[in-house]
Ligand binder design. Structure first.
Ligand code: COA
Length: 322
């Protein structure tokens, strides 16, 4: 049987830091409120001439280098993003061209903050079924572009960034299982209610902004991300004690703490980047994974439970052995 295995990780954050003090000068908020309610101290914002594909490219180059492969070895590219450079071609096609790769399939996956989990699920299935042997899976966002910077309820939460992994076919797992879910009846609780086909005039006017019922999203995120831990462990007949690291979607430290508490996973085993990255949507999980791999916390052979949650609602998880 063929499995997929993570053989390299990479990430990229734009240089510009937007601190809570900076936000104090933009909207009626304060550092203490933001820290206490969200755990966020700063987030990164892409430069005006930097686009999602630029961030994806930098993260991908690092993942490819860490994997020790050539660009030409890649036979599948999936980019999870809500903030594609263009309506079309996909950001994955733009990335493919940047990397000088010709021929293999490249496409985007849109599941907002759960996007990386969906992309990983798809790539794992391509590899398991023999349709690909070496996949580049990226989560990349310039979420700052769909934020109303006069709305204090949302603008404090989000940031830009990218994370990537290289998945390779192997006789040993690797990715032990993936789990993805959606429930569209919650479509209005977290959304950008305009697009190409609907209310395009607002996009034209630069009015395509994220709207959110914060409290309800909070409650749902905790429930969904707690339940999917149980689902993932059950599928693998594993106990919580066997999880070396939990990497939850980085939306709010209170959500992360509540999920860890419900799952009875001690905070020392939970990777946290939300304090420095904010919510980078589809990039948040691979960014956190790469950080913990590079700083030596995550070691070969360890079991990592990754999980994402976002608009739709959509949510997902993966259990991987490094
Ligand atoms: N600064 C200061 N005050 C703020 C504020 C800000 N940035 N944003 C909201 N407030 C105010 C509200 O107006 C409200 O004032 P009121 O009591 O006078 O009406 C008060 O703070 C409490 O607001 P509330 O929305 O109840 O706060 P909260 O504890 O629910 O925290 C969020 C708000 C957004 C931080 C929280 O609900 C959250 O994180 N939700 C999940 C969001 C998320 O993760 N989305 C992405 C998922 S992928």
């Amino acid at each position: 049987m063929t499995f997929s295995r993570v053989i390299g990780t990479g990430s990229y954050l734009p240089e510009k830091r937007l601190t809570n003090s900076d936000l104090e000068r933009m909207v009626d908020t304060n550092d203490e409120w933001i820290r206490i309610r969200t755990g966020i101290c700063e987030r990164r914002i892409a430069a005006d001439d930097q686009f999602t594909c630029d961030l994806a490219e930098q993260a991908s180059l690092k993942a490819i280098e860490a994997a020790g492969i050539n660009n030409s070895d890649i036979d599948l590219i999936i980019v999870a993003t809500t903030t594609a450079d263009q309506v079309f071609p996909s950001t994955a096609c733009l990335l493919q061209h940047r990397l000088g790769i010709e021929g293999p399939p490249a496409f985007d996956v849109q599941a907002v903050c759960a996007g990386f989990m969906f992309a990983l699920d798809v790539a794992d299935k391509f590899i398991k079924t023999g349709s690909a042997r070496c996949a580049l899976v990226v989560g990349a966002e310039t979420f700052s572009r769909i934020i109303d910077w006069t709305d204090r309820r949302t603008c404090i939460l989000f940031g830009d960034g990218a994370g990537a992994v290289v998945l390779k076919a192997d006789n040993e797992p690797g990715v032990l299982s993936t789990h993805i879910h959606s429930d569209g009846k919650y479509k209005d609780l977290l959304c950008v209610p305009v697009g190409v086909s609907k209310n395009y005039n607002l996009v034209h006017q630069g009015q395509a902004y994220t709207t959110m019922e914060g409290g309800e999203v909070f409650r749902w995120a905790v429930t969904a991300m707690s339940d999917i831990i149980d689902e993932t462990l059950l599928a693998n007949n594993m106990s919580k004690e066997e999880i070396d690291w939990l990497i939850p979607h980085q939306a709010n430290i209170r959500i992360i703490n509540a999920v860890g508490k419900r799952a009875k996973i001690p905070s020392e085993k939970v990777i946290v980047t939300v304090d420095r990255h904010g919510n980078t949507s589809a990039a948040s999980v691979p960014l956190a994974l790469d950080e913990a791999v590079r700083d030596g916390r995550i070691k070969p052979g360890e079991h990592i439970l990754l999980e994402g949650f976002g608009g739709g609602f959509s949510w997902g998880s993966a259990l991987i052995r490094m």
